[in-house]
Design a protein around this ligand. Structure first.
Ligand SMILES: Cc1cc2nc3c(=O)[nH]c(=O)nc-3n(C[C@H](O)[C@H](O)[C@H](O)COP(=O)(O)OP(=O)(O)OC[C@H]3O[C@@H](n4cnc5c(N)ncnc54)[C@H](O)[C@@H]3O)c2cc1C
Ligand code: FES
Ligand code: FES
Length: 495
């Protein structure tokens, strides 16, 4: 469908809630799913804990039709705009059991294993485990822990919950009260897809949800001050915590093609709308340390909603993708109207809170260079808390070697070492033209000329020390083989 045969905008959001077809024109264009569930529908099983995507008490399962099946993902309803659910299936804790009151295997196992004490976290935990169960179930305890990294429980402790998930994984698929109706749900979702953009106007404010890139480009030009909303894992907090109410918001989640992933041979193109979960699949396949880093990007709910474009456009000095992508030699492409301009990703980050994005422009995609057979690579995310924590400091290093084994090109990218994600240019120069060994790493360490952040996460001195240690660790890995024990890098970097 081209920009010319897009249907006129629809003024209501349509989705499936359990078995019910919902059509709603929100009175607040950026109303969250959680407020809709609890206040409008009195579905109060879904809890509000933090209202900032951190605790998982508000977790729901969101399903997308994939042909005749429906793929469910856990998401935090507290920061998810209702309009983002258009065309999707929403399941809350009220919907997972049978009409006859039969419990889902995850619920039954939680009861049998005493997986709930005060119960406040329990609906969210059940929904995270439910989404995992629908996706094939837990394969081992590590997979359960991963699924639960975005769910906080203050009183039960996780051991009985993990045991319940493992029990539930062994239950037959036929035990799912909804299992037999997947094709019916997929058909109902397909019928909702009318290809129409959304235009939700209320209280003098408007939310647009275009369906194609031309429509998005036109809206961005017409509304240069509009707030773009992708996965809302950053913007959502401005709505719930800062109580911001943008006059015009543009939702990106329905734009066809913005979530495309393309293998270009030596490069990978990631559309701005690609979620972190999907980016992890392709970038993680390039190197196990990238996979481990992205496994620790938020919790599952955040990775299922948050996007590549949001992480880059946000411009945080401690965002996870920028250092990784800068080390991979990524090119950023921005679009304004019909014009597309490209730049090395590092050039986008001008200063703290300032990016090279012009009015009416949006992030289109990033194109990353795959490591080659003569590439040495290292990536470490260092955090205070192991799971679901933003980086204190992060380093991603790429060295491309010539036929003589000497460094031809060095890319040392850091997060948390300055007001922006940044390359260590002097340290890179210190490495070029020599083999990468312990001495070379020390030369690079001496050339590190950052003024690291000094804040509540860590002192500048700590960051400088850890940055140096990451380079030393990289040299040790190269000398002694890939010492890539998942989950150990952060602790080792403290040594
Ligand atoms: C609990 C929690 C844990 C988190 N953990 C991490 C973490 O470990 N690592 C990390 O890096 N981040 C983390 N984040 C931050 C956030 O998840 C990421 O920055 C995420 O990638 C943002 O993507 P989004 O699609 O949700 O962006 P949104 O919130 O939708 O948007 C973010 C910003 O980018 C703009 N924007 C979005 N898309 C575009 C586009 N295509 N063009 C131009 N502008 C655009 C928006 O206007 C907004 O200013 C966490 C957040 C939460 C709530
Ligand atoms: S209420 Fe805590 S993540 Fe939503
Ligand atoms: S059971 Fe009380 S917070 Fe988890």
């Amino acid at each position: 469908m081209t920009g010319h045969d897009v249907p006129p905008p629809r003024r209501e959001v349509r989705f499936l809630l359990g078995d019910e077809a919902v059509a709603v024109a929100p009175t607040d264009p950026t109303r969250t799913l959680l407020d809709f569930l609890r206040e409008d529908r009195r579905l109060v099983g879904t809890k509000e804990g933090c209202a900032e995507g951190d605790c998982g008490a508000c977790t729901v399962a969101v399903g997308r039709a994939r042909g005749v099946v429906v793929a469910y993902e856990a998401m935090d309803s507290c920061i998810l705009p209702l309009a983002a659910l258009d065309g999707l299936h929403v399941l809350t804790i009220e919907h997972v059991g049978g009409a006859d009151g039969a419990m889902h295997p995850v619920q039954a196992a939680m009861v049998a294993r005493h997986g709930s004490q005060c119960g406040f976290c329990t609906p969210g935990i059940v929904m995270s485990l439910y989404a995992q169960w629908r996706g094939g179930g837990a394969t081992d305890e590590a997979a359960v822990e991963d699924a639960l990294a975005g769910n906080l429980c203050r009183c039960t402790g996780y051991a009985p919950i993990v045991a319940a998930a493992m029990d539930a994984a062994a239950a037959p698929k036929a035990a799912d009260p909804r299992g037999a109706r997947v094709a019916e749900v997929a058909a109902r979702l397909a019928a909702l897809d009318d290809g129409a953009p959304l235009e939700i106007a209320a209280g003098g404010r408007t939310l647009h949800a275009p369906v194609d890139l031309d429509g998005l480009a036109a809206l961005c030009i017409a509304n240069p001050d509009a707030v773009l909303i992708a996965g809302a894992t950053d913007v959502g907090l401005r709505l719930t915590k800062a109580l911001q109410r943008p006059a015009v918001a543009i939702l990106l989640g329905r734009v066809r093609g913005l979530d495309a992933i393309e293998d270009l041979g030596g490069e990978i193109r990631l559309g701005a709308g690609v979620t972190i979960a999907r980016a992890r699949e392709v970038l993680g396949a390039l190197d196990p340390q990238i996979d481990e880093w992205l496994r620790r990007f938020g919790g599952a709910q955040v990775r299922n909603a948050g996007t590549v474009g949001g992480n880059v456009a946000n411009g945080s000095p401690i965002g996870d993708l920028p250092p990784l992508l800068i080390a991979l030699g990524a090119t950023l492409r921005l679009r304004r109207g019909d014009e597309v301009r490209a730049m090395p990703l590092e050039d986008f980050f001008v200063a703290y809170g300032k990016q090279d994005r012009r009015p009416g422009e949006f992030v289109l995609d990033v194109i990353a260079r795959k490591p080659g057979p003569h590439t040495l690579f290292h990536a470490s995310k260092v955090t205070k808390r192991f799971d679901e924590d933003i980086s204190t400091l992060a380093g991603a290093f790429r060295l491309d070697l010539g036929a003589d084994g000497r460094v031809e090109e060095a890319r040392l990218a850091f997060g948390g070492m300055a007001g922006t994600p940044k390359r260590a240019s002097a340290a890179e120069r210190a490495l070029v033209g020599r083999p990468f060994d312990g001495d070379a790493a020390e030369a690079a360490v001496r050339a590190l000329d950052f003024a690291p952040l000094d804040d509540h996460r860590a002192s500048a001195r700590y960051r400088a020390l850890v940055a140096a240690n990451l380079l030393r660790r990289f040299a040790r890995e190269v000398a002694h083989g890939p010492a890539r024990v998942a989950g150990r890098l952060a602790e080792d970097a403290h040594a």
